[in-house]
Write a protein that binds this ligand. Structure first.
Ligand SMILES: [Zn+2]
Length: 189
């Protein structure tokens, strides 16, 4: 998807993003994720927390493989994000981490969701869990399966038990979901 050629897409701060997008054409090894051309990338405006409000909080920036003027790119856009953003989700990495930590500490799905976002509506929590289950094999690739202990979660259904045991181990290495973004340069979910 976005990251096959190794473009960094998660950043520590907006100033780091600004720095990265300032001299795109001078970065020799930077290629478009789509067409693999290397000298057509231009900075192309901000990503806002709420897409409908252009004066809203900046959470990232777009990079365009330019097909305008004298450029011969493909027109594909890549989004760069602050480490706390999860692409396509309204809640951020921090809320998701609070939710998962609460589950790991033994709270029910509903209580964990309420702790994370302050609202006791758990439909969204199940949506998160479904996305997380689909990523489980991804998370497990980076884990030491021998060191995993899912006996802590034995009262949970099997898929949730596996997920929590894996994430417990992962968080002990990467601190949180935002840390995962910076380390692997992939969206957590
Ligand atoms: Zn391109």
């Amino acid at each position: 998807m976005f990251y096959t050629n190794g473009m960094k897409i998660f950043f520590e701060s907006m100033s780091e993003i600004e720095h990265f997008t300032k001299n795109l054409k001078c970065q020799e090894k930077l290629v478009c994720q789509h067409c693999l051309k290397f000298d057509q990338l231009v900075s192309h405006g901000y990503v806002y927390k709420n897409q409908h409000l252009s004066d809203d909080i900046k959470v990232g920036k777009r990079v365009l493989c330019s097909n305008r003027y004298n450029n011969s790119g493909c027109g594909h856009t890549t989004r760069l994000y602050l480490k706390g953003r999860i692409p396509k989700l309204s809640h951020g990495a921090f809320e998701l981490f609070v939710f998962l930590s609460a589950l790991i500490s033994g709270l029910s799905i509903q209580k964990a969701y309420e702790r994370a976002v302050g609202v006791p509506v758990s439909r969204q929590a199940y949506r998160w869990l479904h996305k997380l289950y689909r990523k489980l094999s991804d998370y497990r690739r980076f884990q030491d399966k021998n060191a995993q202990d899912d006996s802590l979660f034995k009262s949970r259904p099997k898929n949730l038990r596996q997920l929590l045991a894996t994430l417990k181990q992962m968080f002990s290495q990467h601190s949180d979901c935002a840390g995962y973004h910076l380390h692997y340069q992939k969206p957590f979910i």
